[in-house]
Structures are given as structure tokens and as C-alpha cells.
Design a protein around this ligand. Sequence first.
Ligand code: TYM
Length: 354
Amino acid sequence: MNAFKPLVFSGVQPTGNLHLGNYLGAIRKFVALQEDNDCIYCVVDMHAITAQLVHSDLKAQTRSIAAAFIASGIDPVKHIVFNQSAVPQHAELAWVFNCVARIGWMERMTQFKDKSGKNAEQVSLGLLAYPSLMAADILVYRATHVPVGDDQKQHLELARDIAQKFNIDFGDHIRKAGLGLDITVGDEPVHAYFPMVEPLIGGPAPRVMSLKDGTKKMSKSDPSDLSRINLMDDVDAISKKIKKAKTDPDALPSEVEGLKGRAEAENLVGIYAALSDKTKADVLAEFGGQQFSAFKPALVDLAVNVLAPINNEMRRLLDDVSHIDAILKDGGERAGAIAQKTMDEVRDIIGFLR
Ligand code: TYM
């Protein structure tokens, strides 16, 4: 049971070029969800300084993500599109969550371990506390549903743990302030101020893999540009990258089970399915028995058909920076009003004088 009003929230970092993984794992879902839900989509510029403090042009990167949202079909008038740093309540709630969450929870995050490597003592404190800010991003709106790629699953579980601990630790205060709702978590009844967020991860491409290695995630930080399709790639680049994508010598199977142990084949079929809003089974019903030499050109056509209009629209939008800035400013003001109400209540719950 979730008595909270459904609200969708998600964020994307303005670090490097957006790629097909970001698009299929996240942005395409953002677009679909806006039909039936209220949605808030955020360019998380404060997260962008956790791993790398100085960026050559963070403003341009932020505008580029906002342009990608809008070019993909997000409606910034019906919904909210803004940049995180414009709403300081994210940082304010993150501080409270830093005091709710335990250091051990943060140290266990696989993304923290990957990014800090053997150097955990030397990375920024912000990188360690990253998931706490992420929980604040979502919960400052008391959002209930979060569309993300599979790599963010652990961070969302942590957001639930933080919400749960806050609800329990402050249970009496929440009641005394006349706030919160009765929900059940598992079988337990809880009087909750913050909802238990639900990750929305499914679909045929929850984790898009590198085009060069089907066991590695497609990533902005992979040194090989051939490993990913960027949202700003032109037709020639898309075509070259798909044609050079690693495959195996066998024909495509007719059933999904036949993809087991064939990471590269599975990835390309998943990409085709996600781009065409089909299932992998549908795609294999069409291409089963065919060689990659037949499948790849079809995938190139599909990818170009989907991505070229987005690419063109992004370029058009980025020609008029003032328009994007106005959208972000308006979104920031609307988001800020919701976030302020939450922070006023959180202050009451904690016992901060106002
Ligand atoms: P970020 O900026 O790394 O990625 C943005 C979104 O793209 C998804 N994604 C992928 N999906 C499928 N396959 C891939 N290879 C792939 N690579 C990236 C990510 O899962 C994500 O959904 N911590 C988040 C940003 C964030 C956030 C939030 C998200 C900050 N606050 C609150 C949701 C709610 C991140 O670094 O995403």
C-alpha cells in the first residue's frame, strides 16, 4: 500500500555526453511516464561535482541535458524540468539525511567502491555522501516512483532505508506535528512522513552494455568512443559504431533463452527492442535465424530514425540558450515551492526553530 500521491522524480548528471544507455534506461521512460503522472525531472549539477570538482563548462553541460529532456519529448510546462542547484532545499535535506544515514551504508555502495577504487581515503566527502543527496532529491518532493537504469538500484534501496529510518526515529514527532500517513512496509504498519520510493527499472534494456564488450556497462567514462552511441552522434557515427559493434559468429536465435551466454547478441537485441517499444521475444520472432550482417543494418535504420530527430531538436534548442535558461528557471521556482513546504515540515518534525 502506498497512500502517498503518486509523483515521478528522476535525475541525470551533467557529466559528459549522454549516450544510448541514458536514453533507453532513463529518458525514454521519463517521456512515457509523463502521460499518466506528475513528473519532476532534474539535471543534478550538484552531483556532478562529487567525483570531479572543476568542469570546463558545467553550464553548457547542464543546458545540454535539459535540451535532451525536451528534445526527447518531455513537456516542461505540464511537468517540471530544472537544475538541482537552483533549489537549495535538496542540500538542506541532504544534510539531515547525512545525520540519519550511517557511514557504513555509504561505504557499501558498489558505485562508491568503483569510483573510489583503492583511493577511498582521498576521494571527496561528497562522493561518499552522494546517495544521501540522491535520496534528498527524491524525498524533498516526497516522490513515489523513480525511473532509472539498473545501475541505480542500490542507491534507491538506500533511499528507502533512509526514509524508513527517518520515519521510525521521528515517529512520535511526525504524529505530534500532525503530519505523515499510515502505510505498510512489508507487513509492518508505519506512520510515515516520507514514502518508500519504488524504482521503475524494467523494460528490455535496463542496463545497456558497451558495444565493444557485452559484459561492461555502456558508460560516459569508457575511453573508447566506439563503445557507446552518443545522443549527439550523427548518422555516420551511429552507423559506423553499430557496424563495428562486437558480435559472435552465430545467427540470432528464435527464442529469448537462446541469448543466454551471448552477451553482445543480447545487448543488441535489447537495444532494438527498447528503441522500437517491443519485447526481445518480438524482435527474435522477426530476426531469429538471421545473421548479424542482416540485423545490424536494420538496427542502424531504427537507431537513426529514433535518434536523428532528437539530435536535430537538441541542436536547435541549444542555439537559443536563453529559452532553455527560462525553462530551467521556471522549473526551479515551481520545484522550490514544493521543496520549501517539505522543509518547513521537516524543520517542525526535527525541532528546528523557524
Ligand atoms: P547518471 O547521470 O549516471 O545516469 C542517468 C540515468 O541513465 C541511466 N543509465 C543507464 N541505463 C541503462 N544502461 C546504461 N548503460 C546506463 N547508464 C546510465 C542511469 O541509471 C540513470 O537513470 N545518480 C544518478 C543521478 C541522480 C538521480 C537522482 C536519479 C541523482 N539524483 C534521483 C534518480 C533519482 C546518476 O548518476 O545517473
